[in-house]
Design a protein around this ligand. Structure first.
Ligand SMILES: N[C@@H](CCC(=O)N[C@@H](CS)C(=O)NCC(=O)O)C(=O)O
Length: 109
């Protein structure tokens, strides 16, 4: 498994954290986003047409962009993603909440 990544990326960090929690070995490929390394023709064509990291590349060569989708994929079958439909929706609730730029206002307090 490979993670196309940038060390300063919070979205990449979320994925690295779960990979570490699950003890999954992976190869990390670093892109300098300040130098536009995720905007090259090759990256856009082969890795992510949206020009962003993180992107997970499975051992089968499947390519999965979007940190939330990667977390959901990796968590399947582990305690990080419960089985009940409501509990799974609760996980998604916090994953979507995480993408909200206003989250520091503590909406759920
Ligand atoms: N919704 C995406 C956002 C990914 C994203 O914004 N990645 C940034 C780093 S945190 C990036 O690759 N920026 C490079 C660019 O836009 O050229 C996710 O959750 O993975």
């Amino acid at each position: 498994m490979r993670l196309h990544d940038n060390l300063s990326s919070g979205n990449g960090y979320k994925v690295r954290l779960l990979l570490a929690q699950l003890g999954l070995p992976f190869e990390r490929i670093e892109y300098d986003i300040d130098r536009g390394e995720t905007r090259t023709e090759a990256f856009l064509e082969k890795i992510n047409a949206n020009g962003r990291v993180p992107v997970l590349e499975t051992d089968k060569g499947e390519i999965l962009p979007e940190s939330g989708a990667i977390l959901f994929y990796l968590a399947e079958g582990t305690p990080f993603l419960p089985e009940g439909s409501f509990e799974r929706a609760r996980v998604l609730q916090w994953m979507f909440f995480d993408t909200n730029p206003q989250k520091s206002q503590n909406t759920y307090a």
